[in-house]
Write a protein that binds this ligand. Structure first.
Ligand code: DGJ
Length: 728
């Protein structure tokens, strides 16, 4: 898949569908020549794209690098644009002239030290080593290409082979220079309870993009951007997308320059970051994924979903159906005891729920959100038989038992804080700014990491836990670590994330059979980095069906349904006050890893019976719902309805879900054109027995029932008729 042509000095990374070509300009600068649908060879014309700059003029004495597309532009030499790397040498200067030293083509994909990354058993990796002769700083650029996904993984490792320390002020993970900037930029932005909403805008000269300095990948924006070529739509046209495998502060930006070319870059947020690299030390930047889709945004999403399923998520649940869970949070909040929990669990078991999850409030003396984080032992007032007693009784009912934890935090009102007041992130002498009455533990310190691993492991062992919800409910302020010297304080944001990955990795390795779900005050840290560790994440605290249509629609641009925790909750909804039918709430939650979060004891018998049926339905379709090829059919951002479908790999089965928002009187039934089906097959709706030709569903579509009342959902479970069976 990866070849080097010595004559043209070109590296060609190609699978059957995409090509990425790098040329060594003047034999020493890796220039970006092409990225897009597969080309068979590097033509003269392609090479001549760089011909304005001959090898002779190619030097730091002129400014040709300023106009050349570069794979690893640096700040401080001949390129006047912002680059991927910016350093400070011992003498305070910035210049960094990285020239080709060597390359290697590896089979597979090396893991990244200290950071999560995709697996690459079936991949090949190009390693380009560049060196700055004056300082001895060496940079390894890694490019991985898979056979089965149209995505290239890029990462950067910096090695200080000089004798003096170097300060890294900016280390981004990827840069792509596009010859033209005629794109629209798509990003995801939001807030608590309305995470990951898509925003589209044309590129204009200057800088544009998204970033965060909150210490987490955040609800406010996501480490992702896509560039849509003119005319690109949901299902057609060329789209280039970038996503970062990282859970901390990041930047993802596009710079449009004087020639109307575009430079897209992403990586660790440089604002508030610096890292001292002593002689002989290495720095590893997170991995970025570059996706090129010729099938519009839908094609892009299906590539990312495939990457997640085949190369990112791990563990026993990575490719299997997930247990249907019930979480007690919105049923009880902090007001529970063993009796109440067991009653809820019994009701849950009776309707076919597989997993009971005990949320916040089981430890210390936490009756509100203002105490006890860090004290991970049971509150015997609420659980007189401890976690073990509760969990044994739930196991005896034939259910699994899950537990909420928030390991990164400490409440000022806790034994942990009283014993170790310096273990939180803070600046001595300044106010310890609290959010939700809590402080953040300093995960850069080994003793803090060890405490968390031991305390959480003990709780999971005592509780014989099968599932963990790992929450994180505030962003970080007053950055300061008692474990770091003054000159290294700006390393803390990244060291925190490295510490987090280490702690999570150690706990997960101790409990390999447990299903882990990450959470951050809803979907406030929903990124590919955490998905390498935990195969699902709580998508949002907003469980209102229509808001979830919007949140899950935006989330699906990058993430598959399998990773999106999605629950049926009570009406009126606790976040919006809105009421929607039970079936609608369930149909929307089936767009993710399905569960409940309500007091079943308050539901009428008819709704409990409906839930029993819904659970049977989820069990029978879940593999398809979670892992099928996903198609967005109607956007809730552009109209009064929303629709999506999942199709099995053999195209013989599909589930189509449609939700109307507000009912409108006197309207003709609408048609919903489907995608991904086989036009040659006939499909029967398993619920109604109606039959259509795949060709008709793809061209004319399904006729939808006109809704009576607001927020009505319809779902179609299409199963192909056996070969030879004629349609009705
Ligand atoms: C925030 C989460 O998103 C909720 O689901 C719940 O677990 C609360 N934290 C508990 O404090």
């Amino acid at each position: 898949m990866i070849t080097f042509d010595a004559e043209s000095r070109c590296f060609h990374l190609a699978n059957d569908r995409i090509s990425y070509i790098i040329r060594l300009g003047a034999g020493k600068y890796p220039l970006h020549l092409y990225w897009g649908p597969r080309v068979r060879r590097v033509s003269e014309d392609l090479l001549s794209a760089l011909s304005a700059y001959t090898d002779e003029t190619f030097s730091l004495h002129g400014l040709p690098l300023d106009r050349l597309p570069q794979e690893c532009p640096t700040y401080g030499c001949a390129d006047l644009r912002e680059g991927m790397l910016q350093v400070r040498h011992a003498d305070g200067t910035h210049a960094l002239d990285l020239q080709y030293e060597s390359h290697a083509i590896l089979s597979g994909k090396p893991p990244l030290a200290g950071l999560p990354s995709a697996r690459g058993e079936t991949a090949q990796t190009l390693v380009l080593t560049l060196t700055d002769g004056c300082s001895g700083l060496s940079v390894r650029l890694l490019y991985t290409l898979w056979e089965d996904v149209d995505i290239i993984a890029r990462s950067v490792e910096i090695v200080n082979r000089g004798s003096a320390p170097v300060v890294l002020d900016r280390v981004l993970s990827a840069c792509v220079d596009f010859e033209q900037a005629d794109f629209s930029l798509l990003t995801l932005s939001g807030a608590w309870a309305r995470e990951r909403q898509p925003f589209l805008r044309p590129l204009v000269p200057g800088d544009q993009g998204v970033s965060t300095a909150r210490g987490a990948s955040s609800a406010q924006t996501s480490p992702f951007l896509a560039l849509l070529s003119p005319g690109a739509t949901e299902e057609q046209g060329l789209v280039y997308a970038f996503a970062l495998c990282y859970s901390g502060s990041f930047t993802a930006s596009v710079h449009v320059d004087q020639d109307f070319t575009a430079r897209a870059m992403l990586g660790i947020q440089p604002f508030g970051f610096s890292w001292t690299l002593a002689s002989g030390e290495r720095f590893q930047a997170p991995e970025a994924y570059l996706c090129c889709s010729a099938q519009g945004l839908g094609g892009m999403s299906r590539q990312f979903h495939r990457l997640v399923h085949r190369h990112i998520t791990t563990g026993p649940y990575a490719q299997t159906a997930r247990p249907i869970l019930i979480n007690n949070w919105e049923a009880t909040y902090f007001d529970f005891n063993e009796e109440k929990l067991l009653a809820l669990a019994r009701q849950a078991r009776a309707v076919g729920i597989d997993l009971f999850v005990l949320d916040d409030g089981w430890f210390g003396h936490r009756d509100r959100d203002d105490s006890s984080l860090g004290d991970w032992w049971e509150d015997l007032r609420k659980l007189p038989q401890g976690l073990g007693g509760l969990s044994s009784q739930i196991h005896a009912m034939g259910m699994k038992f899950g537990l909420w934890v928030e390991p990164e935090m400490v409440s000022p009102d806790s034994r942990l804080y009283r014993a170790h007041p310096d273990w939180c992130i803070h600046v001595p002498g300044r106010l310890r700014t609290e959010a939700r009455h809590q402080l953040v533990l300093d995960l850069s310190r080994p003793e803090v990491r060890d405490y968390i691993v031991e305390a959480i492991s003990e709780a999971l062992t005592r509780g014989q836990v099968d599932y963990v919800k790992w929450d994180m409910n505030r962003n970080i302020t007053m950055w300061g670590s008692q474990g770091l010297p003054a000159g290294r304080q700006q390393e803390l944001p990244h060291r925190y994330i490295l510490g987090l990955y280490e702690v999570m990795g150690r706990v997960i390795r101790r409990f390999p059979q447990v299903l882990f779900e990450s959470c951050a005050g809803g979907g406030g840290r929903f990124d590919l980095g955490l998905m390498c560790l935990m195969p699902q994440a709580w998508c949002s605290d907003d469980t209102d069906a229509w808001m979830r249509c919007r949140i899950q629609y935006g989330t699906s641009l990058l993430f598959p349904p399998s990773v999106m925790g999605a629950h049926v909750s009570a009406v009126p909804n606790h976040q919006t006050g809105r009421s929607s039918p039970l079936f609608t709430r369930a149909a929307v939650a089936m767009g993710g890893s399905y569960g409940y979060e309500l007091d079943l004891g308050k539901l009428p018998e008819a709704e409990l019976a409906q839930i029993r049926e819904l659970n049977t339905r989820v069990h029978s379709m879940q593999q398809l719902l979670l892992y099928g090829d996903f198609y967005r059919l109607r956007s809730p951002f552009s109209g009064n309805d929303c629709a999506w479908m999942s199709v099995s790999p053999d195209r013989r089965e599909a589930v189509v879900t449609h939700v109307f928002a507000l009912a409108q009187p006197n309207t003709k039934p609408r048609l919903l054109r489907l995608r991904g089906l086989d036009p040659a097959l006939d499909y029967r709706d398993a619920d109604t027995g109606r039959v259509w030709g795949g060709d008709e569903l793809l061209s004319r579509g399904l006729r939808l029932e006109t809704p009576w009342n607001d927020y009505q959902a319809q779902q179609f479970h299409l199963v192909a008729l056996p070969h030879g069976e004629s349609r009705v």
